[in-house]
Write a protein that binds this ligand. Structure first.
Ligand code: ATP
Ligand code: MG
Length: 327
């Protein structure tokens, strides 16, 4: 076992004239959970494809589980697992049959003990003989992770592991993902749109935007860099930007949709002044935010992650469509 699960220097992927991944340096220590947080199209899945040998590097270098992705692609493939964002299960098969199929495809010997342990860990033992078509979305996700762990990889890549799941199922899955590296001695790289997920699960997070890492660190380190509170305010009538900026303690003001997003030194101190200044504008909504990974994202990109992430997309519908398409 190497001490570094993933190491990249200048990792780059270019499609024609478009740079999807732009000189990314990444160090993921063994046994840790690393998160790539970024909006749609940021380059998260592309990074996973580069690190799992599914896509060739345009420039730079990368090693996974101690193997060079260019020179030793077979060893890399043998030592990584991948949980894709889209469904990969065979609906007409039971959990056990899906595991059996995976073992055949990967020519694994002595996989049954491991499969039993995985089913037990993911609490699927009772349902192991039932067709996957009868599973809930959460159960399907658990089985997908189990399949990716069957060949005992050292590093597992999880692309949006909890997308489309309801909040309770998502939390349940977080616990299982957290346990995976202690239980099975594995390092995890996951991608996410969900701030709370990255905050809760990841030892280290990199925020990626337009193919570049714009901030990296532990969630606490990242949050401590934002030395400001955010006040969001929506009014009935339009507000003069100059007037907002003139309020003592407001260091920045920008509009997003109908709201103003103000960066302030301390919300407790500045909010009364803002309310007074906007008294005649008909305040409709005020929202105060203390530093979080969301405000870190806002700070480094000038946008909110939630608004760019397509949160409104009905992923359940997406899953259902994927399943139908497979039948
Ligand atoms: N095969 C390809 N050919 C051309 N462009 C591509 C290809 N694959 C990805 N891209 C582009 O690269 C960019 C990054 O895509 P990627 O799938 O890595 O984003 P992502 O961060 O995973 O987004 P999402 O959150 O939507 O999954 C996008 O602009 C995408 O259109
Ligand atoms: Mg993606």
């Amino acid at each position: 076992m190497t001490t570094e699960a993933i190491r990249t220097r200048g990792l780059t992927k270019v499609y024609g004239k478009f740079t999807a991944v732009d000189h990314v340096d990444m160090d993921v220590p063994s046994g840790s959970v690393f998160g790539l947080l970024g909006p749609n199209g940021a380059g998260k899945t592309t990074i996973i494809k580069l690190l799992t040998g599914l896509s060739d590097l345009s420039d730079g270098e990368a090693s996974v589980a101690g193997f060079d992705v260019r020179r030793e692609p077979m060893q890399v493939k043998r030592n990584v697992g991948w949980v894709a964002a889209e469904v990969i299960l065979d609906d007409d098969f039971s959990a056990w049959e899906n595991l059996w199929l995976q073992a055949k495809l990967q020519r694994l010997d002595g996989w049954k003990g491991r499969a039993d342990a995985l089913l037990a860990y993911f609490e699927l033992t009772d349902r192991r003989k039932d067709k996957v078509s009868t599973y809930s979305t959460g159960m399907r996700k658990k089985l997908e992770i189990a399949l990716a762990l069957l060949h005992q990889p050292q590093v597992i890549f999880m692309d949006e592991p909890t997308i489309g799941l309801d909040p309770n199922t998502r939390r349940m899955l977080w616990e299982l993902i957290e346990g995976v590296h202690t239980e099975f001695g594995i390092s995890v790289l996951l991608t996410s749109h969900y701030i709370e997920e990255a905050d809760r699960l990841c030892d280290r997070v990199s925020i990626i935007d337009h193919g570049k890492f714009v901030a990296s660190g532990t969630p606490d380190e990242l949050k401590s860099k934002v030395k400001a509170d955010i006040i969001e305010v929506e009014t009935a009538t339009s507000v003069d930007e100059v007037a907002l900026r003139a309020i003592p303690g407001v260091s920045e003001a920008r509009t997003q949709g109908k709201a103003w997003i103000l960066r302030v030194v301390s919300a407790e101190e500045v909010l009364p002044r803002i309310l007074a200044a906007l008294r005649d504008n008909g305040i409709r909504r005020v929202n105060v935010e203390k530093p979080s990974l969301e405000t870190v994202f806002l700070d480094v990109t000038g946008r909110r992650l939630g608004e760019t992430a397509g949160e409104s997309t009905d992923f359940r519908k997406f899953y259902a469509q994927m399943r139908r398409a497979r039948q």
